[in-house]
Design a protein around this ligand. Structure first.
Ligand SMILES: [Zn+2]
Length: 243
């Protein structure tokens, strides 16, 4: 472990265009359960019912009940962890050029990260599908305590800016993430199992264009064999050791 940490420190000190890529494992230390696998959120809530765009457009009450009972209380309570703060520090030191996240909890921004590309949207922002008005989580929670599904003041339907199953990823975010991956000198994966495409293709793009690839994840990933350094440990713990 010590050897891996010193190797990681060396990579970081030799880089000034780092792309950090965070997944669900990164927010787990903030008390937000991961989605996949045993004990994951999707074993309790079938995403093809509770977080599917087609079901949502027909009957959004599944999603809003899931939001009310599960997402809202968990995300409202969650605080940035040591890993989030370490990434803010690396950004301040001019090390990180871009942060790409698969997470929808907004914790990077809450920690103070200024440059975040969100591939899967953000649970904290809710939009009216008719007039485009934006609501916070708290405002939406108040509305849905009154009526289900919650309505905008214009009577339009609300939708989280989260990307639901069956929805395409936001093209602008995707383009920015691809470009950043291509131009970085180090790409570090933090708490992602790298199984969801197209997000998982970004480390490959970085590697192909000459960047060092570092993977920090509790479990092995399909890209470990291509990486310059793999640390199978908790990402926030590892990051706080290199600051
Ligand atoms: Zn509206």
């Amino acid at each position: 472990m010590e050897e891996a940490i010193s190797k990681l420190k060396k990579f970081v000190s030799n880089s000034d265009q780092i792309v950090a890529f965070t997944g669900a494992g990164f927010s787990a230390d903030s008390g937000i359960s991961t989605f996949r696998g045993a004990g994951g959120l999707w074993s309790k809530y079938d995403p093809n019912i509770y977080a599917n765009i087609n079901i949502f457009m027909q009957d959004s009450t599944y999603y809003w009940n899931f939001f009310k009972d599960e997402r809202y209380p968990v995300i409202k309570k969650a605080k940035p962890n040591a890993g989030h703060l370490a990434l803010v520090e690396l950004e301040k030191r001019g090390k990180i050029s871009r942060l790409i996240t698969q997470n929808i909890d907004g914790l990077h921004q809450e920690a103070g990260q200024s440059d975040v590309i969100e591939l899967h949207g953000n649970t904290r922002k809710i939009n009216c599908l008719t007039c485009g008005k934006t609501y916070s989580m708290d405002e939406t929670y108040k509305l849905l305590k009154k009526e289900l599904p919650p309505k905008c003041s214009c009577d339009g339907n609300l939708k989280p800016s989260t990307i639901l199953f069956g929805e395409p990823l936001p093209q602008v975010a995707l383009d920015m993430a691809m470009l950043a991956s291509k131009n970085c000198d180090m790409f570090i994966v933090l708490g992602s199992s790298l199984v969801v495409y197209p997000a998982a293709s970004m480390p490959r793009i970085a590697k192909r264009n000459g960047a060092n690839l570092v993977i920090v994840n509790i479990d092995p990933t399909p890209l470990d064999k291509d990486a310059d350094l793999v640390i199978n440990d908790n990402a926030s713990k590892v990051l706080s050791k290199i600051i």
